[in-house]
Design a protein around this ligand. Sequence first.
Ligand code: PLP
Length: 467
Amino acid sequence: MHSEQLREYGHRMVDFVADYYKTIESFPVLSQVQPGYLHNLLPDSAPDHPETLEQVLDDVKVKILPGVTHWQSPSFFAFYPSNSSVAGFLGDILSTGLGIVGFSWITSPAATELEIIVLDWLAKLLNLPEQFLSKGNGGGVIQGSASESVHVVMTAARDKLVVYSSDQTHSSLQKACQIAGIHPENCRVLKADSSTNYALHPELLQEAIDRDLEDGLIPFFLGANVGTTSSSAVDPLVSLGKIAKSNEMWFHVDAAYAGSACICPEYRQYIDGVETADSFNMNAHKWLLTNFDCSLLWVKDRSALTEAFSTNPEYLKNKASQANLVVDYKDWQIALSRRFRSLKLWMVLRLYGAETLKNYIRNHIKLAKIFEQLVSEDPNFEVITPRIFSLVCFRMILTDDDEKKCNDRNRELLEAVNSSGKLFIIHTALSGKIFLRFSIGAPLTEEKHVKEAWKVIQEKASYLLRK
Ligand code: PLP
């Protein structure tokens, strides 16, 4: 790292990114390129000699940006958000600049200690039970993703055997079972339907556990959701937690998206029951203004993680670790090496403050309410499940009752809307019904973007309905 070159190039790159944000609305939200487009635009092999930053940035503009889907566009309403902010960006620059690899305390004490402190701060913002804080036996750790989080806690819990979740659970749970070596036949995916708004029914869970016990199997892991991926359904944590405890199962709560909303007192109720959980996960990189990646995992008993993940080769030994005086986060995760990710979360919490973050969340939920209202006022559309956070699930309806035709028409609508380049949404299915998801959470989204998006959806729908 040559500091003067960094200063010069760094300024230019910041300018480039700032200009990108200034003009972000001029791009089609969903990249419109065809598969393989880049192959014809770039040379077959790496350059033999250095090129200039201008040349590279020109290529970024002309060749790379057309192949980018603009997740930070205010008209990005697909999946769940993946927030970016000035504070998060700055934290990431600092972290990359320091370039530390903080696997053990000794490799950069500040990296470990800041992570412990900011995860305690955030646990307090979420009003998590004291057992999840670092002063007792628990504590928080930043992972790269919710998928890694569930894998980590499942591996810690794996000595027993059958896994339970609703059929609305994110596929990361299934992947965790595959990685942790749980037999596919021992993954109980329990049906959640419209009678519970797609939340897991405790009675179904109890029945499945009873059957497994009769068959000599050992229930060991329950994955519950606060904000499922398809429709943001919330599982009844209190009842599920009681069942998990009485069967001595590990109880994991996945609040990857909706967890951020629970820093607002009026939404905290959705994680009531988390006191019965062994682990809790939310992605600050989804909806808390923290640039990817920053997935927060708390456990009540950190020794479960360290027993599952500790290694202690000679070359990593040091006085602080040997004396058990410090946290070595390498023993709370899969990889050894780790970035200084707490910096960006710390920057976000300090530069914005909790009140701003709460209002940020509230504003998105307010926009979702507006969108929900627009949908429900239009007789050509219906809202599919009650909206809880900032996701609205809806679909176009047809006058006849032909489910297949209705599904096909909604697929066509999705295609038409997304190929306009004016917004990006995705679809999913519940009980055989294809529907569209309008997920609000991009930091730049304002009411006008929501209304413009709705106009595009209505226009495309009326064209299809006329056809
Ligand atoms: N859990 C839920 C409820 C999600 O919605 C998602 C992603 O959208 C995940 C887990 C996976 O998150 P990650 O990409 O951080 O692994």
